[in-house]
Design a protein around this ligand. Structure first.
Ligand SMILES: C[S@@+](CC[C@H](N)C(=O)[O-])C[C@H]1O[C@@H](n2cnc3c(N)ncnc32)[C@H](O)[C@@H]1O
Length: 290
């Protein structure tokens, strides 16, 4: 999802100048605590306007008159439907096909050829895109796999996100044409189908790619129904939202799950320096398990 669309959708309650509902620092702190407990996302003071903007729509839809009432409602049924809406409103889903292209070049030119050798007996490769947003990341991975691997290999990609709206979008594999603007022509023709009639202006990824991916709603703070070992893990632009301790715990869990010499891709502004000593930096924000 791109920033403009996301900002419009999620911040649709922002009214410049004056506020429709009062929003005290206590209100912010209560909601901030809830976000942290539910998702690991650590919102700093500067995010108060963002939280206000994203949640006013929820208050209106629920016909509530204050943030205090909203927090009470959330706390009254912590596994309820509204908690899901709350969590979905708090996530930042910015993503793109082939975002940080050097990661996909490394995957195609280094990681997959290496796996073809070391996994030659099992002919099996397992990949996880953790925090996959609306699916562009796992579909980019799937294109690399389909373009590189010979037939006869069992390659599966698990794509998870805590935001159920994003998992719905990813599962459908249907995107606005503008989302594929940066993809080279031969790839476009090979992997996408243009919509016609009422789907004019949309594209759909081809079933060959779709079938390689399992989309699932999963909160990284919860138990993971994943056995491992995993060969490749993408967790990009996700840990940036977590505090140091949450980040450390998560990264440790990733390395427990990765096969020896498995590869972890993180976002361009994320580093494992000071977080773990279980991996070598082998490329720009690319780590290999020791
Ligand atoms: C900025 S997007 C990154 C998408 C993609 N990985 C990329 O780099 O293009 C971050 C995603 O992480 C997800 N996320 C944040 N906290 C999460 C958590 N605790 N469990 C699962 N997903 C989470 C958000 O819902 C969001 O879709």
């Amino acid at each position: 999802m791109n920033m403009t669309v996301e900002a419009k959708r999620k911040n649709s309650g922002v009214e410049e100048g004056r506020r429709e509902f009062s929003f005290s620092s206590r209100d912010f702190n209560v909601l901030r605590g809830l976000v942290k407990a539910l998702t690991g996302i650590d919102l700093h003071e500067g995010k108060s306007d963002m939280v206000y903007g994203r949640l006013t729509r929820r208050l209106r839809e629920l016909n509530l008159s204050s943030f205090k009432e909203y927090a009470t409602l959330l706390n009254a049924d912590i596994e309820g439907e509204e908690v899901r809406n709350f969590v979905n409103s708090m996530t930042t889903n910015l993503t793109a096909f082939f975002r940080e292209p050097h990661h996909f070049e490394h995957l195609k030119n280094r990681v997959l050829p290496h796996l073809m050798k070391v996994n030659a007996a099992s002919r099996r490769i397992r990949i996880w895109s953790a925090g996959c947003s609306s699916g562009e990341e796992p579909y980019s991975i799937a294109m690399c796999v389909a373009e590189t691997m010979p037939p006869g290999w069992d390659v599966k990609i698990l794509a998870t996100d805590m935001d159920s709206n994003m998992i719905d979008t990813g599962s459908k594999g249907v995107y606005k044409e503008e989302r594929i603007a940066g993809i080279e022509n031969n790839r476009l023709h090979r992997w996408f189908v243009n919509g016609t009639g009422s789907n004019q202006g949309m594209v759909r990824v081809k079933p060959e790619l779709r079938d390689m991916i399992t989309f699932k709603c999963l909160n990284l703070m919860d138990e993971w129904p994943i056995k491992g070992p995993l060969d490749v893990l993408f967790c990009r632009n996700v840990i940036i939202y977590f505090d140091a301790e949450t980040k450390k715990t998560l990264i440790d869990r990733y390395f427990d799950l990765l096969a020896s010499h498995g590869t972890l891709f993180v976002g361009h502004s994320e580093t494992l320096f000071g977080v773990t000593e279980r991996a070598d930096l082998v490329g720009q924000s690319i780590y290999e398990k020791l």
